[in-house]
Design a protein around this ligand. Structure first.
Ligand SMILES: Nc1ncnc2c1ncn2[C@@H]1O[C@H](COP(=O)(O)OP(=O)(O)OP(=O)(O)O)[C@@H](O)[C@H]1O
Length: 222
């Protein structure tokens, strides 16, 4: 399944300060979008708002569902079903193995066995199959990043949101990860949004949005 995003007047505030104000944002289903901007421009805030993780006003319509109108538990369910996220610091469970981490999002699903097979296939494709039984705390930065990608995609989400997925990787590892992410997204029609400072990431996207002080100030198509 593919899902489009349509946001109108999506605004996040902290007290009197407006952290994010997206008047109008439409992302077609299956598109790959980069978000760039200076440090503090509101990129992570935008990504978290798109995930419905922040209190925001306005509308946030993924497919036909306005997340802004859902209760917290319903939003959590929507995310569990349709979204994969890669956070800036990966948030792996250190004591758990790579495979266990990859299966976190699948833990409570009835189709767990199928998802376990999918997680194994993803780890194979990402070149970390041999590390499946190693605890996360023993993995390198690049390996952790790949586990985070496998975890974000194991439940086959229609939407993938990633915050600086190539940060802390060397150039070769970053390029390999970008290629894998783009292919894994395009093969299955996922709608992808990636926050990044990395021009190589932007080059792999259909479109790159620029944020400045919480506002969209640039929109370039690849
Ligand atoms: N929970 C919060 N409460 C108040 N202000 C916040 C909160 N989270 C972020 N901010 C502020 O909002 C602005 C945007 O932060 P955000 O993390 O979205 O920027 P960013 O573009 O992702 O930056 P970086 O590239 O450094 O990660 C910053 O001024 C930050 O200090």
């Amino acid at each position: 399944m593919s899902l489009s995003l349509s946001a109108r007047d999506l605004t996040v505030r902290s007290g009197a300060r407006v952290l994010l104000s997206l008047e109008r944002l439409d992302l077609p289903a299956g598109s790959l979008t980069g978000i760039r901007g200076a440090s503090g421009a509101g990129k992570s805030t935008a990504l978290h708002a798109m995930a419905g993780l922040l209190a925001a006003s306005g509308s946030l319509i993924w497919g036909e569902t306005d997340l802004a109108r859902l209760s917290q538990p319903a939003r959590t369910r929507f995310r569990g079903q349709h979204m994969g996220m890669i956070f800036q610091d990966f948030l792996l469970f250190e004591e758990m193995t790579a495979r266990e981490n990859a299966l976190v999002s699948a833990a409570f699903r009835p189709d767990r066995a199928a998802l376990a097979a999918r997680a194994d296939a993803l780890m194979q494709r990402l070149g970390i199959a041999a590390l499946a039984d190693r605890r996360a705390e023993l993995l390198s930065g690049g390996e952790r990043q790949r586990v985070a990608v496998a975890r974000a995609l194991a439940h086959d989400p229609a939407i993938l949101l990633a915050d600086e997925p190539t940060a802390s990787l060397d150039r070769a590892a970053a390029d390999a990860l970008i290629a894998d992410l783009a292919a894994l997204a395009r093969d299955e029609g996922r709608t992808v949004v990636i926050v990044s400072h990395d021009a190589h990431v932007w080059a792999a996207m259909d479109r790159v949005l620029t944020l400045d002080d919480g506002h969209l100030c640039g929109d370039s198509h690849g």
